[in-house]
Design a protein around this ligand. Structure first.
Ligand code: PLP
Length: 340
């Protein structure tokens, strides 16, 4: 879309797409090119041109190293770093910015205060379309229908998939504002429509499952439940952090939470992979199923943990299918940066 709009409106020039370090958007060649997890894209090159990275906004790691300020002050600095990239590249060459509302596989990065409003402001200022990737956060994972709704922003394009039908059927969507969509319409041009086609486009099974999934989410008040259970999950994780010094940081929203594991809280030295795997194994032995992400960032080993056992809720066990039923899969991610 960004590329077609660039051709239609800007003589092809405003075609660059900015993406953020640590974010992930998929494994096709363009989405890998827009991916901020370099161990995932390694050995897939060469990549298409025009994908430019902007810095991540993980305060826990960055603020400690570079004394960049804290809270809102850090959030503004992290957002302003995007403006720096736009100015460096030339605003007339940058068409879009793609971001996860809360970075998932890159470390459950809940953006700091002040970050999102400033990002929106920057996008408006330079006429850069804001694309939000809701593939993980969308459809209730964080307690709102979409992750971006926590931040009072208005994206131009939103993508979503996984939770749309709770994984029971394959479905993905790209949604735009009317304003973006209208830009594709031009009766005087035989190329004046959004040109896209795919094998499963128009297949009705996914949408049917999605509509039923959304009905269940509404009827069973699962967004409210996600918020309430999520608050419990975070509180329990914070209580665990008081007992276990290996937990360096707890982050998340709703039922999408993570814990970053360290060997030393002062230095924030990352815990070794074997230790994290031991935590995963121990949780499993206690009926709490947690998983681990694959290696994705150079020098960083991350472990993501979808939780299905319900000790975190104060109960002993909850059947897996129940937790998964409406896309509101509780998840806990353990983050293990791997030292060189
Ligand atoms: C945030 C995010 N975006 C996009 C994708 C890619 O989705 P797909 O594998 O359906 O292309 C993923 C996959 O995990 C993801 O986590």
């Amino acid at each position: 879309m960004i590329r077609q709009i660039a051709h239609k409106k800007y003589g092809g020039k405003k075609n660059k797409i900015l993406y953020r370090e640590r974010d992930y958007h998929g494994t096709t060649i363009a989405t890998l090119a827009a991916g901020g997890q370099h161990e995932r894209s390694a050995q897939y090159g060469p990549f298409p041109e025009g994908f430019i990275s902007v810095p991540h906004c993980l305060e826990y790691r960055e603020a400690a190293q570079d004394n960049l300020g804290q809270g809102e002050s850090y959030g503004l600095r992290a957002a302003n770093a995007i403006e720096d990239v736009i100015l460096r590249e030339g605003p007339d060459t940058v068409g879009g910015l793609i971001l996860e509302p809360i970075t998932a596989g890159g470390g459950v990065i809940v953006p700091p205060e002040g970050y999102w409003p400033r990002v929106q402001e920057i996008c408006k200022k330079y006429d850069v379309l804001l694309m939000i990737d809701e593939v993980v956060c969308g459809l209730g994972r964080t307690g709102t229908w979409f992750g971006y709704q926590h931040y009072d922003i208005q994206p131009d394009i939103v993508t979503m998939a996984k939770g749309v039908a709770s994984g029971y059927a394959a479905i993905s969507l790209t949604v735009t504002t009317e304003e973006v969509f209208e830009q594709f319409k031009d009766a005087s041009d035989h190329m004046g429509y959004f040109r896209d086609i795919s094998t499963f486009g128009g297949c009705t099974a996914g949408p049917a499952a999605a509509l039923e999934n959304m009905r269940i989410i509404e009827d069973e008040n699962l967004l409210e439940n996600c918020t309430a259970r999520g608050a419990q999950l975070i509180a329990n994780l914070e209580a665990l952090a008081e007992k276990h010094s290996i937990i360096g940081d707890v982050r998340g929203k709703g039922l999408f939470c993570g814990a970053e594991l360290v060997t030393n809280r002062e230095t924030r030295e990352p815990a070794p992979e074997a230790k994290v795997q031991a935590v995963v194994k121990d949780c499993m032995a206690q009926g709490v199923i947690i998983g681990a992400t694959n290696r994705s960032l150079p020098g960083f080993q991350q472990h993501s943990v979808p939780v299905t056992g319900a000790d975190l809720y104060g109960r002993r066990y909850r059947p897996h299918h129940r937790c998964n039923r409406s896309g509101l899969k509780p998840s806990l991610w353990l983050i293990l940066p791997k030292p060189d």
